[in-house]
Design a protein. Structure first.
Length: 163
């Protein structure tokens, strides 16, 4: 669940010992999630009572480490819950507003010059042949003509309209 992917860079935590390895840091969402999972297993242990003795349910920290795929020391470092404490909300990622120029640049990076030239030539030919062309009709027709055309209607609109 919290394993490092090969595609995304991670901010490494500097080791405190000379022989220690740098480790990927956990983002705020992961920290809160670990806290909540540990709280859940602590409540489960409390409800099971003596029935959980000599089982893994007697150790909420170990159980959380197994469930989340992190080391047990990470669980105890991250999830410092106190009795009667209300859980923290999961942090939300910020929604970044992009202007049309940024959206157009993103679409160009995503689809490359290949589809940019195809769309441009298609639009120029369409405008020469007809006077009134809607973005929706052009998008549908382009999708019918080219089987590999996977551009969404919003990206197509951003690509073809001016500021």
């Amino acid at each position: 669940m919290f394993e490092a992917t090969l595609s995304e860079p991670y901010e490494l935590v500097k080791p405190t010992q000379p022989n220690a390895k740098a480790i990927p840091s956990l983002d705020p969402k992961s920290r809160v999630l670990i806290e909540r999972v540990k709280t859940f297993f602590e409540e489960l242990k409390r409800r099971l009572g003596n029935e959980c003795r000599r089982t893994i349910f007697n150790s909420p920290g170990k159980l959380t480490a197994l469930a989340c795929g992190v080391h047990e020391a990470t669980v105890y470092r991250v999830a410092k819950t106190q009795a009667g404490m209300v859980h923290r909300p999961i942090p939300r990622t910020k929604h970044v507003e992009r202007n049309p120029r940024q959206r157009r640049r993103d679409a160009l990076q995503k689809y490359g010059d290949q589809w940019g030239s195809v769309v441009r030539h298609f639009i120029h030919d369409k405008l020469r042949a007809e006077r009134h062309v809607t973005v929706e009709d052009a998008w549908k027709e382009l999708g019918e003509i080219h089987e590999g055309f996977r551009m969404s209607q919003t990206e197509f609109r951003d690509e073809t309209t001016m500021d």
